[in-house]
Design a protein around this ligand. Structure first.
Ligand SMILES: NC(=O)c1ccc[n+]([C@@H]2O[C@H](COP(=O)([O-])OP(=O)(O)OC[C@H]3O[C@@H](n4cnc5c(N)ncnc54)[C@H](O)[C@@H]3O)[C@@H](O)[C@H]2O)c1
Length: 359
């Protein structure tokens, strides 16, 4: 399942070479309404390339949009020897990858992520899919892109909260590797880092994910380490939607990372110094006021909400049974332990400490 990953800000040349080598029957570019306007015109694609524009946003990652892509491919002469180029964030690479993987039982596709979250996470690793009946990523297939072009040049138009969403996943990758990389990231102000400076940091981070995915492409074991921060993170994200104060995914992951570092401290003696550094970093960076955006950085949680949060964690796809809540924990930065469970009492203690550390 090893993927061809290209790290470059000369995207037009890289894409031109890949298209030349592929010599496809037809080229179909899948983009959302924002990336079709902001990115596609800068790719130097041949005039014959067929553009498929889909609505932006996770709500459109559904069966209707998928069917509209399949219909467009049928109507525009796509064959098994055609190529799709998915240009966008994780929403586009997830649904575009699934469209390509299933059309005529599979055609080739290239991912060109245009968000930091897409580049560091969604476009790499072969997970594709759509939401179904209100459930996130309920239907999908493992299908790695033939190539992924990882670039930072299109992030200039990204809103700051989108950039920070992806940065949380970079911090997660660093925590899985070693303490030095983790401290480098929380000591960096990503808002002041230009495209040229961000590209090598992004490459290091993507390679951490690639190494883990190459070892366990279908998530039977070690790949579950990548779920660090996501058990609590997904619960916070879903809870924030229920409270009509939606939290960007990466913000939920950032707070989920801190919560799971606290659980790691209780269960496995994760060092409290690294924990406090993360708390201080979140307070400084993942805030509404410092970003000037209309989102709540952490939904207003009270003790009365703990049962609901634990209930949401118990419905997580990663759990083997509905009684056990599965976590990836850390003995220390770089020493993940997969398939751990924590009792409700420990989770409540962690949520208490999380609230104290971030208030
Ligand atoms: N497959 C995986 O392994 C995996 C991993 C993580 C997340 N995901 C999925 O990824 C999706 C989230 O990805 P995302 O955060 O990239 O969201 P997204 O794709 O919805 O993009 C967020 C917003 O940014 C806009 N945008 C994209 N690129 C831009 C640019 N360069 N300039 C300005 N605006 C731009 C988009 O139009 C959209 O409005 C979710 O559907 C999630 O389930 C998948």
């Amino acid at each position: 399942m090893s993927q061809n990953l290209l790290f470059t800000n000369d995207v037009a040349t890289a894409l031109g070479n890949l298209v030349k080598d592929a010599a496809p029957a037809t080229i179909h570019v899948i983009a959302d309404e924002n990336t079709a306007r902001l990115v596609v015109p800068r790719l130097g694609l041949p005039a014959s390339a067929d553009l498929i524009t889909i609505p932006a946003g996770d709500d459109a990652k559904n069966l209707d949009t998928l069917a509209s892509i399949w219909g467009h491919l049928v109507d525009n002469g796509a064959t098994r020897r055609s190529l799709t180029v998915n240009v966008g964030g994780g929403m586009v690479t997830d649904i575009g990858g699934m469209a390509a993987a299933t059309f005529k039982r599979g055609m080739r596709f290239i991912n060109l992520p245009t968000t930091l979250l897409g580049a560091v996470d969604a476009a790499v690793g072969g997970k594709t899919g759509i939401n179904f009946r209100g459930l996130k990523n309920e239907i999908g297939v493992f299908a790695p892109a033939d190539a992924v072009i990882v670039s930072t040049r299109f992030f200039v138009t990204l809103p700051m909260h989108e950039l920070l969403s992806g940065y949380a996943e970079m911090i997660k990758h660093a925590l899985l590797t070693d303490g030095r990389e983790y401290r480098r990231l929380i000591g960096t102000d990503v808002s002041l880092t230009d495209a040229a400076g961000l590209l090598p940091m992004l490459r290091d981070s993507v390679m951490i994910k690639k190494r883990i995915v190459d070892e366990d492409p279908c998530e039977k074991g070690v790949r579950r380490a990548l779920n660090l921060g996501h058990t609590v993170g997904h619960a916070l994200e879903s809870f924030s939607h229920e409270c009509r104060s939606p939290l960007p995914h990466g913000y939920a992951v950032a707070y989920g990372l801190l919560a799971e570092m606290i659980i790691s401290h209780i269960e496995l003696g994760f060092p409290s110094s690294a924990l406090h550094e993360m708390g201080a970093f979140l307070k400084k960076t993942y805030t509404a006021s410092s970003l000037g955006i209309p989102v709540q950085p952490l939904p207003a949680i009270s003790c009365d909400d703990y049962d609901r949060l634990i209930d949401l964690m118990s419905h997580d796809k990663k759990n083997a049974t509905s009684n056990d809540i599965n976590f990836t924990l850390l003995e220390a930065p770089g020493r993940p332990v997969i398939d751990r469970t924590a009792t409700p009492a420990t989770i409540v203690a962690a949520l208490d400490i999380l609230r104290d550390m971030t208030s």
